[in-house]
Design a protein around this ligand. Sequence first.
Ligand code: PXG
Length: 441
Amino acid sequence: MARRNPPSNSLEAYWMPFTANRQFKADPRLLVSADGVHYTSHDGRRILDGTAGLWCVNAGHSRPQIAEAIAAQARELDYAPAFQMGHPKVFELANRLVNYVPAGLDHVFFTNSGSESVDTALKIALAYHRARGDAARTRLIGRERAYHGVNFGGLSVSGIAASRKQYTPLLPGVDHIRHTHDLAKNAFARFQPEHGAELADDLERLVALHDASTIAAVIVEPMAGSTGVLVPPKGYLERLRAICDRHGILLIFDEVITGFGRLGAPFAAERFGVTPDMITAAKGITNGTVPMGAVFVRKEIHDAFMTGPEHVPEFAHGYTYSGHPVAVAAALATLDIYDDEGLLTRAKELENDWADALHSLKGLPNIVDIRNFGLVGAIELAPRAGEPGKRAFEAFLAAYERGLLIRVTGEIIALSPPLIVEKNQIGEIRDHLRTVLSALS
Ligand code: PXG
């Protein structure tokens, strides 16, 4: 075959994910190294990481302890078959991880991403009901504006039109409850908004429509991230839990973003005092270093599978790289850092300063809402007439020019710095944003 040999620095061959490829390649933004809360760009500038990578580098960048664990593991045991075989450290990791989630969630299934965790949890829900002889429970319920990854199951229960519309009709038998965003009632709320607990009752509408006997599970992000940070109204998650209990519906919390300290407790389930039947996780589990995801499962759900002939796999599901030794080593080293440095509760200590910094921007042009919880924040802008998303995208480019990395989604700027961020760096984030937002037309 004739070799094409494109120059090694050509940007052409790589089709970038969730990226405006043509815009990027005309004016690329490459990151070449990272340390602590900073990246270094290809033009040699220090960029303050206002997003912990993509919500995943909770302990800060390039931690030597994690790097060494990864290297040592790759030398000692690079890979072990995940099916019908094991290796000691994956059991150790599972035993450690269950300490971070509410009591009752005693079992862990490993995946390689958030998307895989979500699809795994949905499959567990279906198979669980079937194992109990309740095989009519096949319906999956998501929520408008949800993001549950990109695989067909997760995408089906997601509620972001832009990421669904190219692939419809997706899975059959899926429905969605209403989202909780209500600017008329809750704009500029600090922490949990006051209004909207009753939006959980929308699940009762779907129960009335479809009958509870057909519904397997409801999946929600306890705090919606990707759509632009929707903090649950006070009482909302409690009410959702109560409705699920009333109708025998499993409740899944997608904690891919909220897990591992983002909201000031190891998991949002603890912070909000609501225990779901399953939790999906990824991202912060390895501090973003090696792909890994996990699904935490209630004991009764797990135990319902443990029937049938003992030589037959009880759950016909898994990935070549489930519990990959290198990912496991990275996760163990990451948990050591989280524990030693108290990072999984640090967002709680910083969240008032963080809220003050963000809400001090109120009054700048075009801002229609500012919201916060733990070390997460969002600034929602008014759309510019005829150019949806353009103003926020310009803010992203201008912030990057100034040395601050932010995320934008639609009209919303989302912020989630590494959990090691210091108060003076929170001030830097605020000052950069003030300059950028003041200059936006
Ligand atoms: N569930 C949730 C709640 C997520 O936030 C996924 C599942 C999928 O995870 P993977 O690992 O398959 O990407 C996510 C991912 C953003 C952003 O900027 C958010 C995610 C990914 C990339 C960007 O908001 N969340």
